[in-house]
Ligand binder design. Sequence first.
Ligand SMILES: *[C@@H]1O[C@H](CO)[C@@H](O)[C@H](O)[C@H]1NC(C)=O
Length: 438
Amino acid sequence: MGSDDGPFPRMDPLHWRRRSSLLKPALIILTFLTGCVILYMYADAGIVQGGASPGEYVEVPKTASGMYVDRKVPTLEIAKTVDEEKVLQSCQSHAADSTMIVLVTGAGGFVGYHTSMALHERGTSVLGLDNFNDYYPPTLKRDRQLNLMEAGVHVVDGDLNDQSVLEVIFSVCQFTHVLHLAAQAGVRYAVKNPGAYVHSNVAGFVTLMEVIRAQPSVPVVVFASSSSVYGTNKKTPFSEDDRTDNPASLYAATKKADEMLAHTYNNIYSISMTALRFFTVYGPYGRPDMAYFSFANNIMLDKPIKIFQGPGGIELGRDFTFISDIVAGAIAALDKAAPTGKGAPFKIYNLGNTHPVNVTAFVNTIEHHLGKKAIKKYVPMPATGDVLFTHADVSKAQRELGYTPTTSLSEGIRQFVEWYKVYYKDGQHKEQQEYVPA
Ligand SMILES: *[C@@H]1O[C@H](CO)[C@@H](O)[C@H](O)[C@H]1NC(C)=O
C-alpha cells in the first residue's frame, strides 16, 4: 500500500484495479453509498426537481420530511432560479400603496388565481407562488398564470416545501400579508395518495410558517381551510363554534391540522391568523377535478353522468358558493385582519352561500344553461369520505368582515357555462377531455 493511503481507499480506478479482491467490492459499495447521499441531499434542496430540462416531468424522489410522493411535479418553463427582478417588480407594482403587499400561495389554482387578479386590479401589489403539480391538467394552471403575468402579477414556480425558494422571495419582498391557498385538494384522491396531502397541507404549511415567523416584520396570515372540517356533524347550518374533531376524510383531517398548527403559530409567535372555511367553490377557471366540470364535459359529449346517492337513496346537498363571493370574502379577511404582534387574534370564518341545493337541482341548472339534457345515472356514494350535506352559517363573516354572498346558483352556473363553452371549444383541450378525476 502506498504512503498516501488514508483511512479511506483511493477512488482512482486505475489504482483500485490492482488492489485486493476484497477491497474492490467494498469500494463499489462506498461509491454507491456516497452517490446516494449526494442525490438525497440534492433532492432535499429541490435541485433535482428544478433542474430537469423544460417540458420534462420528473418524479419527486423524497420530500424534506423524508416521505415519498408518487405525484409528479411538472417543470414546464421552470426557471432554475427565482427571477428576483420579476419578483421585485411584482411586489412593487402598486408602490403607491405600501400598506399591503400580498404573497398568494397557490396562485395558479382556482381561488388563488381569481383573488390575485382581484387584488391586483384594485391596486394591491401581489406576488404568486405555485408548484404547478399535475394533480389535474396543468395546462389550466399555466393559462391562469399567463393571465396573471399579462396583468402584471408574477407567479414563481416553487414548492412550499422548498424553503430556499421561500427565503429568496421573502428577502426580495417585504410582505405585509400572506394569503396561503396552496394545498392538495380533493376528498377522494386522499384515499389514493395520502402522502400528497401530508406533503402540501401539513409539511408545506409548517415550512411556510417557519419562514414567516422568522421575518424581521412578521406578516398577517390568512389561509384556506375547508367546510369539510365539519365532518360527520349532523347539526346544520354549520357554525364556527361547532366541534370539528370528527373528520370524514384524510383531506379534512389535514385541513383541521392546518387550523391547529395556525393556532400554535398564533399562540407562540403572535401571528395574526385567519382560517377561511370555503364551501364548495365553483365558477370559471375552476378545478377540473370537481364534479361540475365532468358534468358539463359529459353533457356536452352526450356521455352519462354519475350522481352519488347516500344511504336510502338520499341525495347529496352542497352549499355551492360562487368564486366572486369567495374572492370578496378572502379580500375582506385580509383587509380586516388585526396586525401581527402581542394579542394578535386567531380567527375562523365560514365562507359559503347559505343556500344548499341537491346535486340533481345543481345538474338541472347546468343543463338549463348548456341548453342540453344530461344522461343521469344514480349510483351509491363510495365510502371515500364525502359528507352528505353542507350548509354554512355565515353570520360571523357577515358581522366581522361584511361578507354577503350575492351570486345565485343560476347566475353562477351561467357564468361558468359561458366560460366553459369558450375555453373548451371544439375539443381544443384534449387533455381535459381525457382527464378522469381521481
Ligand atoms: C332536489 O331539490 C329539488 C329542488 O329543491 C327538489 O324539487 C327535489 O325533490 C330534490 N330531490 C331530492 C331527491 O332530494
